[in-house]
Write a protein that binds this ligand. Structure first.
Ligand code: BTN
Length: 330
């Protein structure tokens, strides 16, 4: 077995048996290495953040995997998404790196993951707070075989997948605020920035950038967004490991892409509506050239917001949405 493969096997066996002892003999023989070589590999994993206990006569047991790890993520990957993971301790923006890789031919499902972004980007040219060691900053390269008009659905898929992963892995009831915000307790928990390269009738590639505030404390946010941003930690009072959330998100997104191919957009829109925090609320949308206030009734087949405004029904493809209370802005 090649070294890379046997390392992957070791990580996978330790993860599957997290908290339980595995005998050194059994581990070494399933990897096809000597016990001395196994010892070296275990020490190398410890240096990469795995907390592994070794006890004479009982073997090895994994007490804690690292919080964010590409090699752990690869062992979770069941389908195409996340089979290739490129991890950076620090970079400017995972979206920038992923766009460059996609133009150079990177495969569908390649994931760029970072522990810190120096120039994280949000929608509308905003900065995305991306300090080291706290949150999820990832970009997924997709070649979804869609028409350009369907590209907005990719953002809906990513939002549904992110909200579902957060719910499953942390228990926090994350919701979606149109068009691409993840929210909890009325504050922004994360966001999605999808960038697409298309020719006239086909999406060549899409880069789906996902930022999720996982372990940020309030004081980690820049002053200007302290009142409007939140994190899983702030909402649940607990710190959470990032890799399981990323893995669940990729699994869910893979499922959404498959379901879209087999069944069309119906089930996706249903799921989005179920997770939406926007529908039924009175909202104000800043659509660039105008501000529209009304009741958010639905999203249509192309992901546009259907708003019941003073002058009738409006369909809005992009904008900044604020939920309003009866008396004023929230
Ligand atoms: C938004 O404005 O709500 C979208 C935020 C998207 C942030 C993510 S973090 C990973 C990826 N890289 C970036 O530079 N931006 C996206």
């Amino acid at each position: 077995m090649a070294k890379g493969q046997s390392d992957e096997r070791l990580v996978s066996l330790l993860l599957k048996n997290e908290g339980s002892y595995l005998s050194g003999e059994a581990l070494a023989s399933s990897m096809g290495v000597t016990r001395a070589a196994l010892w070296k590999r275990v020490n190398a994993l410890r240096e990469r953040g795995f907390v592994i206990e070794a006890e004479r006569g009982r073997g090895y047991r994994l007490l804690e995997p690292p919080d964010l790890s590409a090699e752990v993520l690869r062992t979770y990957a069941r389908g195409k998404l996340g089979r290739e993971v490129i991890f950076y301790e620090s970079l400017d923006s995972t979206n920038d790196t992923a766009m460059g890789l996609a133009s150079g031919g990177a495969a569908h499902g390649t994931v760029v993951l970072a522990d810190e972004q120096r120039k994280g980007r949000g929608r509308l040219g905003r900065r995305w707070a991306s300090p080291q060691g706290r949150n999820i900053y990832m970009s997924i390269i997709l070649r979804p075989g869609m028409r350009p008009r369907e590209a907005a659905l990719i953002t809906l898929m990513a939002a549904v997948s992110a909200a579902t992963a957060i719910r499953e892995k942390t228990g926090l009831g994350a919701g979606i605020k149109w068009p691409n915000d993840l929210i909890a307790g009325g504050r922004k928990l994360g966001g999605i920035l999808t960038e697409v390269r298309s020719d006239p009738d086909r999406v060549l590639h899409a880069v789906v950038g996902v930022g999720i505030n996982v372990n940020m404390a309030q004081s980690d946010f820049p002053h200007s967004i302290r009142g409007s941003a939140t994190s899983v930690f702030m909402e649940t009072g607990k710190r959470h490991r990032r890799t399981p959330i990323v893995a669940a998100l990729l699994g869910c997104l893979e499922g959404e892409l498959e379901r879209f191919t087999k069944e069309g957009r119906g089930p996706l829109l249903e799921e989005w509506r179920r997770l939406s925090s926007t529908l039924g609320k009175t909202v104000r949308v800043d659509a660039g050239d105008e501000e529209i206030t009304g009741v958010a009734l639905d999203i249509d087949d192309e992901g546009r917001l259907v708003l019941k405004a003073g002058d009738g029904l409006r369909r809005i493809s992009s904008g900044d949405l604020t939920m309003l209370r009866e008396q004023g802005a929230s």
